[in-house]
Ligand binder design. Structure first.
Ligand code: NOJ
Length: 551
């Protein structure tokens, strides 16, 4: 089947189902709620949806611990709601992609239950090892979430590997039977009409033979050099492509921690690769940290720009960039790269900074209204497994206040509070008490208020997306960056023979001197998008953004 690469013309909206909209009055988001809000998503100009996992799950990692891959969790509305949603989305011309989590399952998945009892053919579905002499762990790898990557199972009398939570045992992808199971899952959803998958940490699925100790002196994540882009990863991904994806006009988007553009091209080069379509790289969301949000640093605009530009350049003409600023794994971008004080201004500037780049943009629920990091008064309120472990085990010598600040700054829960639909009770998310805390700022920051205001951030997103769709130069233009060394401005252009688009972004909270980039004639150019009513020729206001078009 021909791969039309339809994803290149789309804008995706990411739904993290628990916190999007409660439709059945139990305090948890669900597909009935999504159905109510499909028009809203469409009104943004989004024509694709990525659902974080909707499958049955014990919820140890908010659905990324799956106990049944071929069903929809009853709390989300079950299969009935999903089929309806899929039909309604398709009727509106929207594509729907699911989250595929195949590096691990839940420990409550029947495969694991059988594997720990050594029931065939499940015995080798997971990665089991006896203790090393002296009762030592099988190797020195770390879990990315909680402590070491090995947990002893009394039933089996062996350790199992879990690169994430204890309740997320890693599948043994070297076992051909496991790969056949994956293919069955893929076909099941694709045959139902799903348009593709976001593949959770898929670059981790092939572990190096012998599971050697990590030799690199890593402060965290020991083992990663032996399982990220592991020895048989290309073989497995090509197999999935050959046996399944090549038979559908679908898309695949792979989460790829620590990937460089060069490495990414091994998977997504359109000329060469028959593996994946796009990758989620982490550089863009790590301009204020070292490797992970839990190692915060001062925000560096130059780091962010270097990342933006190298992905734009190195993938150009070879593969499609997935562009994003937020998802369910990172705190809110305004609280990080922008300013809560200049929330609307910086929110608009950040939108312009990425929405005019080349690639397929993703917007995470709430980003479009400028939701900010949730700021609870006590660490007990956090739910996320990774956050709880980090809190209990790191930065112990800091004061309580500093530790709470670290949570605000680094936790995934900062961006997982219920969507703020209105100023009404529970932010219009639900009629009853929601499963998680609502950010206290919901009366000020919500969809309903921004619908009323032509100048709102929400309407800015709509305008930017509409421009993106209308202007061929955004789709095809060459990318060029100006003032590369500036620590205040990010300026880029997109150019075709007949048109030039200039995007000016100030990341400064003060007024700064503005010098027109080469080729931009502000007398001739049309200002097509801005976040202040009046512009000064040689000054940029705090977080000012302007988009000029020259024809
Ligand atoms: C990446 C997902 O985005 C994250 O939410 C999840 O916790 C881990 N993978 C483990 O599945």
């Amino acid at each position: 089947m021909e791969h039309t690469r339809w994803y290149k013309d789309r804008v995706f909206y990411q739904i993290w189902p628990r916190s999007f909209k409660d439709g059945n009055g139990d305090g948890m988001g669900d597909l009935w709620g999504v159905l109510e809000k499909l028009d809203y998503i469409q009104s943004l100009g989004a024509d694709g949806i990525w659902f974080s996992p909707l499958y049955p799950s014990p919820g140890a990692d908010c659905g990324y611990d799956i106990s049944d891959y071929m069903d929809i969790a009853p709390e989300y509305g079950g299969m009935e709601a999903f089929r309806k949603l899929l039909a309604e989305a398709h009727q509106r011309g929207m594509k729907v992609i699911m989250d595929l989590v195949i590096n691990h399952t839940s420990d409550e998945h029947p495969w694991f239950e059988k594997s720990r009892r050594r029931e065939e053919p499940y015995t080798d579905y997971y990665i089991w090892r006896p203790a090393k002499p002296g009762g030592k762990l099988p190797n020195n790898w770390d879990s990315n979430f909680e402590g070491k990557a090995w947990t002893y199972d009394d039933v089996r009398g062996e350790y199992y590997l879990h690169l994430f939570a204890v309740k997320q045992p890693d599948l043994n992808m070297d076992n051909p039977l496991v790969r056949e199971e994956v293919k069955k899952i893929l076909r099941f959803w694709l045959d139902m009409g799903v348009d593709g998958f976001r593949e959770d940490v898929v670059t981790f699925i092939s572990k190096e033979e012998g599971l050697p100790d990590e030799k690199l002196p890593l402060p965290t994540g020991k083992g990663i050099s032996h399982y990220n882009h592991g020895p048989r990863i290309h073989e497995y991904l090509s197999e999935f492509y050959r046996d399944v994806f090549s038979h559908y006009d679908c898309m695949t988007l792979a989460e790829a921690p620590m990937v460089t553009p060069k490495k990414a091209l091994e998977y997504i080069d359109e000329q060469k690769s028959n593996e994946l379509d796009m990758v989620i790289q982490f550089e863009t969301v790590c301009a204020d940290c070292l490797f992970t949000d839990w190692m915060p640093m001062k925000f560096s605009l130059r780091k962010l720009k270097r990342s933006f530009s190298r992905w734009q350049k190195e993938l150009d003409g070879r593969a499609c960039n997935m562009i994003y600023l937020e998802n369910h794994d990172h705190p809110r971008v305004i609280s990080r790269y922008g300013s809560e004080k200049f929330r609307v201004e910086s929110g608009k500037m950040l939108a312009a900074a990425y929405l005019f780049q080349k690639g397929t943009p993703f917007i995470y629920q709430g980003q479009e209204i400028g939701m900010t990091n949730w700021r609870p008064d006590s660490p007990d309120k956090y739910e996320d497994v990774q956050t709880i472990w980090q809190y209990e085990n790191t930065a112990l010598r800091k004061s309580d206040e500093e530790r709470l600040h670290r949570l605000w700054r680094s936790s995934r829960d900062s961006a997982r509070t219920p969507m703020q639909w209105s100023a009404e009770r529970h932010a219009g998310f639900s009629d009853v008490k929601p499963w998680f805390y609502v950010n206290k700022n919901f009366r000020r920051i919500n969809v309903a208020a921004q619908e009323e205001d032509a100048d709102s951030l929400l309407n800015f997103y709509r305008k930017a997306i509409a421009l993106r769709k209308r202007l061929d130069v955004v789709k095809n233009g060459t990318y060029r960056e100006f003032e590369k060394n500036s620590t205040q401005h990010y300026i880029y252009s997109r150019e075709t023979d007949s048109r030039k688009l200039y995007v000016i972004c100030s990341f400064s909270r003060r007024e700064t001197k503005f010098k027109c980039p080469a080729g931009l004639d502000t007398d001739r150019a049309k200002l097509i998008l801005q976040n202040y009513p009046k512009q000064k020729p040689d000054i940029l206001k705090p977080y000012e953004t302007r988009v000029y078009l020259m024809e």
